[in-house]
Design a protein around this ligand. Structure first.
Ligand SMILES: *Cc1c(COP(=O)(O)O)cnc(C)c1O
Length: 443
């Protein structure tokens, strides 16, 4: 594959491979995460005429897939993955503050973009393989639904979603169990950590490995991260075309996948100004930026539960991008928001703007309110809305005193019958639930 664009492990710049190989491997053999081995600069005029997400995706990603087996499929993959919009909704009449709505996909959260792109890639890489490809996902809530939706009814690929029985919200559980066909929903009698342990054990189990090709679709996969740079590119281009200014983003952050995609887009040359990370009470990253010392810690439960991460895996990519602390501090800022502040911001967002925000989006709104006025006055600000409020209606409705209308996509999911198998948190339990080679999963 001479001349192919290459990715390297965050731990070893010398360990290089192409996009498809990085996608199939997930994690690098040395335990690092795949990052672009170099950074092509894309001038803004490379995007001339590209407005819609699929076109922006092609221009942005073509240089990164150059020479890869999937390069010729990029147009089809982008068309399939980016088939729902990411509208930018102005909040102030002068348009200086706006909300980027990333929740118009099948499971009403931004993870649909990455999951759908990854599924479109995997479907093409499978080709004529003889063994079924089984994707294992351990989920504490949001990821499993997006991955199941993206892979549902894809030939040659099966998905097993492992979640801790009784420990996800009723709304989340519906999204994890409404699939059937090639998706198996496994309610594990244990915790989220047990689910993650089982997935790791499965990858090491000779019996399972002989029967099936195993892969994972978790958020560290390059195939989920890269497509997320596309909506930042499209938004910053739209803002710079309309106002001649760069767009600054406030991003609800947990595992840092979404914010890293924004920083990658900026590194590739897109007109992006400041980047502010909004964390919930899991304040490891803000504390790290302040002290310069990284201390992983156990996660604490908050209202913005999809960001309850004590030790973000993508921190490794962030440090690879900005190896020196001074650079890192200049490149972004981060702040931590309490549950009480989230509640107050959901109320205020409804009162002031008529906006109904999920708890994650509210952390971004709160982080923006905290910025010094002179910083807010510079450039154009975009609050990133990561999920539809209806996914967190139990929290949001009492705060705004009214019902949150369910988007059509979620209503359709909730109307589907439930398929779920309960298993013990043991490898034997998982093996039995996956069944033997060749058995059909179709229910
Ligand atoms: C996953 C998720 C986040 C956090 O995104 P990271 O990429 O993990 O930082 C924020 N909001 C919602 C709704 C999510 O599902």
């Amino acid at each position: 594959m001479s001349g192919a664009f290459l990715f390297s492990s965050s731990r070893d710049p010398g360990a290089r491979l192409g996009f498809s190989a990085a996608l199939l491997q997930g994690l690098a053999p040395d335990g690092g995460l795949y990052v672009p081995a170099e950074w092509p600069r894309l001038p803004v005029d490379a995007f001339d005429g590209a407005v819609a997400l699929p076109e922006v995706a092609q221009r942005l990603l073509a240089p990164l897939l150059a020479g890869d087996p999937l390069a010729g499929e990029l147009a089809a993959i982008a068309g399939e993955a980016f088939d729902f919009p990411a509208p930018l909704v102005p909040l102030s009449p002068d348009g200086r503050l706006a909300v980027l709505e990333l929740f118009h996909g099948p499971t009403a959260a931004f993870k649909d973009f990455g999951a759908r792109f990854l599924a479109a890639c995997f479907a093409r890489l499978r080709g004529t393989a003889s063994r079924p490809l089984t994707i294992l996902v351990a989920t504490s809530g949001d990821t499993g639904g997006a991955v199941a939706a993206a892979f549902h009814r894809r030939p040659g690929i099966e998905v097993a979603v492992l979640f801790p029985k009784g420990l996800v919200s009723p709304t989340q559980e519906r999204q994890l169990t409404c699939w059937g066909d090639n998706v198996r929903s496994l309610a594990v009698r244990g915790t989220f950590d047990d689910c993650q342990r089982l997935v790791k054990q499965a990858f090491l189990d000779p019996q399972l490995r002989e029967q099936r090709a195993l892969s994972s679709a978790n958020s560290i996969n390059l195939g989920r991260l890269l497509p997320q740079a596309v909506y930042y590119a499209a938004t910053s281009l739209a803002v710079s075309r309309e106002f001649g200014e760069s767009a600054s983003f406030v991003i609800p952050s947990g595992n840092l996948g979404n914010s890293l995609a924004c920083l990658w887009a900026r590194r590739l040359g897109l007109p992006i100004g400041q980047v502010v990370l909004a964390h919930n009470a899991n304040r490891g990253v803000p504390d790290f930026l302040e002290s310069g010392e990284w201390r992983p810690r156990p996660s604490v439960a908050t209202l913005a539960s999809a960001m309850d991460v004590g030790n973000p895996s993508n921190l490794e990519r962030l440090r690879a991008l900005y190896p020196r602390l001074g650079e890192l501090r200049a490149a972004l800022s981060a702040t931590s928001v309490t549950d009480e502040e989230i509640r107050a911001r959901i109320r205020a967002g409804f009162r002031t703007y008529g906006q109904v925000w999920c708890p994650h989006t509210a952390t971004a709104a709160e982080a923006w309110e905290r910025l010094p006025p002179e910083q807010r006055a510079r450039g154009r600000w975009v609050l990133v809305a990561t999920a539809h409020a209806a996914k967190f209606r139990e929290i949001v409705e009492p705060l705004i005193g009214r019902e949150v209308p369910m988007p059509g996509s979620l209503a359709r999911l909730f109307a589907r019958p439930v398929h779920c198998v309960e298993i013990d948190a043991t490898l034997a339990g998982l093996r039995a639930a996956l069944g033997t080679q060749g058995s059909s999963w179709t229910i």
